[in-house]
Design a protein. Sequence first.
Length: 307
Amino acid sequence: MGQAWGFGRYGGPEVQEFFDRPDPVPGRGEVLIRVDVAGVNPLDHLLRSGLVDGLDGGRPFPRVLGMEAAGTVLARGEDVNGLEVGDAVFGFALTGGGTYAETTVLSAPNTARIPEGLSATVAATLPVAGTTAVDVLDQLGLPAGATVLVNGVGGGVGLAVARLAVGRELRVIGTGSTAKREHAEAIGVGFIDYTAEDVAAAARELVPDGFDGIVDLAGGASLRTVAPLAQDPRNVIAVGDMSVPDLGGRFVERRVDRENLERSARLALDGLLAPVITAVHPLPDAPAALATVENGHASGKVVIKVG
């Protein structure tokens, strides 16, 4: 038996609970891992709220929270290639196993070995934030010297996008609240404080001719404010707001396979994809970790140290 943190039904934070569960049995194409570190993401509370379908693997309640983790392989199911018992790995829990737990199952095609020199803490941030950063910038395909606006730069994904964009020699402007300024400016981002400035006016002053690309992480009214700032609406890429085609833009095309995980790990080793980890919580502190992200107060990436 091992401790896990999850939810007994769909709803808000009030449905969350700690519980004990037996070690999951890895099914076909899965590996059982001992979790060392779990990443915390907005997707976690969206799944708990019942707003996202298809990622629970049909598992019964209570369900474990969390989508990304780093740890050590304890057992393999059938038809697992390229991963062995004892390997240090990181990846996605795409079949409903959750990651806020002492052990869990990961989908083997969506799991990769942690390369030597990369910590489990950094590796645990890459499945969601790291690969998303790679995907949106590949989709934009902007040349060095181009301008990109990261709308909602202060969170784990936003800072990953900004850091990688700076590494690609793009000029990066980011929007965020006052508390997010320090981390953004530290990696070379021109910052617009949406709590103190007219975002559209400030952006036009910085980039009068419009942006070559926009990566939106805020959605809603904020997306509708910044979308007209793009030179070409097709170069507005949204990560969370599925309505972006109504504005002429595109939704991010996600690649969550092992190849993209390995690529993200190499970029992290090279310092081109350096997550800004601002909080490391023990598993008993998981409620506070997720609350920070859910309330929009997280600056950078929040992780849970399990092992």
